[in-house]
Design a protein around this ligand. Structure first.
Ligand SMILES: [Zn+2]
Length: 333
């Protein structure tokens, strides 16, 4: 991680500035050590160049939102796509009751991030050696995807680029294909941050930045989208591709976006108009559950939530009927 990045970061819990502890550098890059919050005494590791800014109470892997709200992560393996089969088995009525049970919400699952990161050491070294990107035609496939994006991704890229952002934050970046496309199309001096809580993705995203020679200004950062480790009003543009159905806590997510955006800044999301349900459950039933559980329940509900958060929304056509591109904007003061 470039030392300059520290200027944008903060403690995800209390938003205090972070201080370096036992940091090892290579050139201007932070390689290992930790970043500390003096206010809440929490210490966040930097491992093989990547900062992991997740509170110790946050789960650091992807869990289907249905499982996260129903079982607080006890069931980590989804039952069918997005764990829709689990929701069907429990029944929507029962599931709504479970979400509303206050004692359930107080359950906190703690993780030993450092212990789990140690298990990733071998894999991280393999990725950083350059062998991962060279294997299985990955490099070729990445370049092809960058040069020939789908029509909807092209529209998304154009919308982001048209804002000429100096700072861009991509949320729930997964393995980094979409944020790499943005980095590839934005000027080289744009500061780009990709946030992902599934830690094994961080070094893959960074490797893709390296492949397109953008790793100096682009950083993959471990973080939770509901507790962003970024300072207030630090971003010109926030982005996400097909991420909303993978997130629980949509209203908190929107509040965090509003907090980190500068005035007149925009959040661009490419998303499915309605949740994908694979014929497992009816749309009406799912929406009833999703609205109570604060999960993505379709574009109309998202627009409603954004307006309630004090943001404005423009809905663009992208030419693929089940997808849409929205611009959610923070008005000038
Ligand atoms: Zn703190």
């Amino acid at each position: 991680m470039n030392r300059v990045t520290l200027n944008y970061l903060c403690c995800p819990r209390c938003r205090e500035k972070l201080t370096e502890r036992q940091i090892r550098f290579r050139h201007k890059e932070l390689i290992s050590g930790s970043l500390c919050c003096e206010k809440c005494s929490e210490e966040f590791p930097v491992l093989h160049g990547r900062p992991v800014l997740l509170s110790h109470t946050k789960i650091h892997e992807w869990i289907a939102p249905i499982d996260e709200v129903l079982s607080q992560g006890e069931n980590r393996k989804p039952d069918g796509p997005f764990s829709l089969n689990r929701l069907k088995k429990i029944g929507v009525e029962n599931a709504i009751k479970l979400v509303q049970k206050p004692e359930k919400k107080n359950t906190v699952l703690t993780c030993d991030i450092l212990h789990d990161l140690k298990k990733l050491e071998g894999r991280i070294r393999y990725i950083q050696s350059g062998s991962w990107i060279s294997a299985r035609d990955r490099k070729k496939k990445c370049v092809e995807a960058l040069e020939n994006p789908s029509k909807s991704v092209q529209k998304f890229i154009e919308a982001v680029v048209s804002k000429k952002p100096k700072t861009l934050l991509d949320l729930a970046s997964g393995s980094g294909s979409s944020v790499t496309s943005l980095a590839y199309n934005l000027p080289a001096d744009t500061s780009i941050f990709a946030v992902e809580r599934d830690l094994k993705c961080l070094w893959i995203i960074q490797e893709k930045f390296r492949m397109i020679k953008r790793s100096n200004n682009s950083e993959a950062i471990g973080g939770d989208v509901r507790e962003l480790p970024f300072q207030d009003e630090s971003m010109d543009v926030v982005s996400s591709i097909m991420a909303l159905q993978e997130i629980s806590g949509i209203s908190i997510f929107l509040r965090e976006i509003k907090r980190v955006l500068k005035d007149d800044g925009s959040y661009f999301a490419l998303l499915n108009r309605e949740p994908w349900l694979y014929g497992i459950i009816s749309l009406d039933e799912y929406k009833a559950f999703a609205e109570v559980a604060d999960l993505y329940s379709g574009i109309d509900a998202l627009i409603g939530l954004a307006l309630k958060t004090g943001l404005t929304v423009t809905d663009y056509k992208v030419g693929e009927k089940d997808l849409c591109l929205v611009e959610i904007r923070k008005a000038k003061k």
